[in-house]
Design a protein around this ligand. Structure first.
Ligand code: DC
Length: 232
């Protein structure tokens, strides 16, 4: 099968701190595709639920909230900005509180239904690199290329701790590792769309890889699909 790069969907799934979003972002830049950060969408909805104070068991209130929620990812100076009902929440969705809160919110079938259909709408013409937990299994099961990105839990905690420290949030590696283990368990054992490697996903264990290696590996496999990129 021949693939035009501009129509491709590249899916990267994997646990927190595996390197999937950094890789996805750079691959998208290199190929001139859109990058879709689905984790940020779940985080933005979690922030709204958190602020609203509604109970997740209150389906009617949750439906109403979702029906009046708009989550957007916009590019600005080469970076993604996230808007929740027009408000820039790029920083607010990355706090440890939201990382805790997003678990139960992202498990909710109403939330998943709402965001999955929104993600499919964004990707309906292809041309994107998306990362998350269920991109290759549920959102885009026919994605052109799928990756399952992994790394050992300690390595992932060290990476996350550095990211948090760079944003002025101080947590020890042990604390971050504990939170990651809890989230891993939650993401992989939940009833709806658990984190799973799609049978046709390429495994990418980034424990001993640099970001450059990861990007190169993905680009190499894209080039194998379609050596003369960007043409129809
Ligand atoms: O990738 P992240 O850490 O920003 O994701 C935040 C949470 O959202 C994560 O705990 C699981 C959830 N998530 C999901 O359920 N499905 C996705 N496609 C992406 C993220």
């Amino acid at each position: 099968m021949s693939h035009s790069v501009s129509d491709m969907i590249i899916a990267l799934d994997g646990p927190a701190g595996s390197g999937k979003s950094t890789t996805a972002k750079l691959v998208a830049q290199k190929l001139g595709l859109m990058y879709l950060d689905t984790g940020a969408m779940y985080r933005a909805v979690a922030l709204k639920v958190y602020r609203s104070g509604i109970e997740l068991t209150d389906s009617a209130a949750l439906t109403k909230l979702l029906n009046t929620t708009k989550v957007e990812q916009v590019a600005e100076n080469g970076h993604s900005k996230f808007l929740l009902d027009g408000e820039d929440v790029t920083e607010d969705i990355r706090t440890p509180d939201i990382s805790l809160w997003v678990g139960p919110v992202s498990e909710h079938p109403l939330v998943r239904e709402y965001l999955v259909s929104w993600q499919r709408e964004i990707g309906k013409h292809g041309g994107l690199v998306a990362d998350g937990r269920d991109i290759g299994t549920v959102v885009f099961p026919d994605a052109t290329l799928k990756f399952y990105v992994e790394a050992d839990v300690h390595t992932r905690a060290v990476r996350r701790q550095k990211e948090l420290a760079a944003r002025g949030i101080q947590q020890s590696v042990e604390e971050v590792e504990d939170a990651i283990r809890t989230r891993d368990l939650r993401d992989s054992t939940r009833e709806h769309s658990p984190l799973r490697r799609a049978p046709d996903a390429v495994e990418l264990d980034t424990t001993h890889m640099t970001i450059g290696d990861q990007v190169e590996r993905v680009l190499y496999l894209v080039a194998k699909l379609k050596p003369q990129s960007k043409e129809h």
